[in-house]
Design a protein around this ligand. Structure first.
Ligand SMILES: Cc1cc2nc3c(=O)[nH]c(=O)nc-3n(C[C@H](O)[C@H](O)[C@H](O)COP(=O)(O)O)c2cc1C
Length: 381
């Protein structure tokens, strides 16, 4: 694809994705909750952190390799869970998983994916992570966990910050709320994106793959989304975490911790890692930026539990900043979704490659050779 040859940064992928993906789905990926204050804070918080330029240090032996949850990775990044990835580009979950695996980093499949756990497991040859939303129907939750185990998922990422849904104004205006009811203008807009239409029509599914056929009496996006809308459970507590810990024998990650008190509880929960996250600014508007929460949490529990981070990562330099503040690795959300929307699997590869190369140069210019050397000393006032 000619336009991809000029792509040099994540922002370029975003620009192309905005052209290629129907407005309703592009907006869905980009938006934050309510006034988008927290969404903006995630970026401005990261940009306010200065890296420390060092010179005349031998940086000829640079290596971005490290481990996440004890597994070797080529760089301290992973693809985070993103709902409806398969509507940004047909079979998006499978394509993103392949790109991640080829790059030597983990991929996380959302509960609310289009391709199902089984679709992805059947199309890739390495284990991936599965993200779990706890529904009121605990029998269904148990069956999802069993399906993730049967698919040999290597980690369960339990999302704890979506017990009720933050509102995104654009989704409502586009008719993409729960249940969805796309407006005529959006349908016309879709018809102007022939490559998107072709990719989605050739995809395996157009509905929530993990639910379709597994929830009694529910068929199609509309009825499934309606069911899900009533299924997020405001009664979710740490007791449910204990229950999930007791039935999932593998690695357990708690995603959506922003407060040091909660991080302490997470450290005692038996989870292997937590993700410092505000859901990419899509839940509590007015919550602090994810990056400003990270050092406070690292100070409290950094040596007790592995710390992952997400929220606003748009470059390799951003990854370095998060690592310096105590993260073992970063999950990427929109950065790879923009790549996917721009050019399918090639676009996700490009997004990963851009971030990895930026990291490498950033390591050189801050005077470090290995991920293990990165700490607050690579930051300046
Ligand atoms: C379009 C979209 C859908 C998302 N869906 C999920 C989801 O299904 N489960 C989940 O735990 N997090 C979900 N998230 C949150 C991401 O996993 C991650 O926390 C966030 O995107 C990180 O911020 P970033 O996009 O700035 O990198 C979603 C984020 C976006 C942008």
């Amino acid at each position: 694809m000619r336009e991809m040859t000029n792509v040099t940064c994540i922002e370029d992928l975003r620009t192309i994705a905005r052209r290629k993906v129907p407005r309703a789905f592009f907006d869905y990926a980009e938006a934050g909750a309510y006034s988008e204050q927290t969404l903006r804070a995630n970026r401005s918080g990261i940009e306010a952190i200065n890296l420390r330029q060092r010179v005349l240090v031998d940086v000829s032996a640079r290596d971005t390799a490290t481990t996440i949850l004890g597994e070797p990775v080529s760089a301290p990044i992973g693809l985070g869970p993103v709902a409806m990835t398969g509507l940004e580009y047909g079979n998006g979950e499978i394509l993103a998983c392949r790109a991640a695996h080829d790059a030597g980093i983990p991929f996380t499949l959302s509960t609310m994916s289009i391709c199902s756990i089984e679709d992805v497991a059947g199309a890739v040859d390495k284990p991936f992570w599965f993200q779990l939303y706890v529904m009121k129907d605990r029998g269904f939750v148990r069956s999802l966990i069993e399906r993730a185990a049967a698919a040999k998922c290597s980690a369960l990422v339990l999302t704890v910050d979506l017990q009720v849904l933050g509102q995104r104004h654009k989704d409502i205006k586009n008719g993409l709320a729960v249940p969805p009811s796309l407006k005529i203008g959006n349908l016309i807009n879709m018809a102007t994106k022939p490559r998107w239409v072709a990719s989605v029509l050739s995809g395996r599914r157009w509905t929530f793959g993990n639910l379709d056929g597994h929830v009694k009496g529910m068929k199609g996006v509309k009825s499934l989304a309606g069911w899900v809308g009533g299924q997020f459970d405001p009664a979710l507590t740490w007791k449910d975490v204990d229950w999930i810990r007791s039935i999932w024998p593998g690695k357990l990650v708690l995603k959506g911790i922003l407060d040091p008190e909660d991080a302490i509880l997470a450290g005692k929960s038996g989870a292997d890692a937590l993700v410092v996250s505000n859901h990419g600014g899509r839940q509590l508007d007015g919550a602090r930026s994810s990056i400003s929460a990270l050092p406070k949490i690292a100070d409290k529990v950094g040596s007790d539990i592995e710390l992952l981070f997400d929220g606003g990562i748009r470059s390799g330099h951003d990854v370095l900043r998060a690592l310096a503040l105590g993260a073992k690795a970063c999950l990427i959300g929109r950065s790879y979704i923009f790549g996917l929307g721009a050019a399918g699997e090639a676009g996700v590869r490009k997004a990963i490659d851009i971030i990895r190369k930026e990291m490498d140069v950033g390591m050189a210019l801050t005077g470090v050779n290995t991920i293990g050397e990165i700490d607050r000393r690579i930051l300046s006032d």
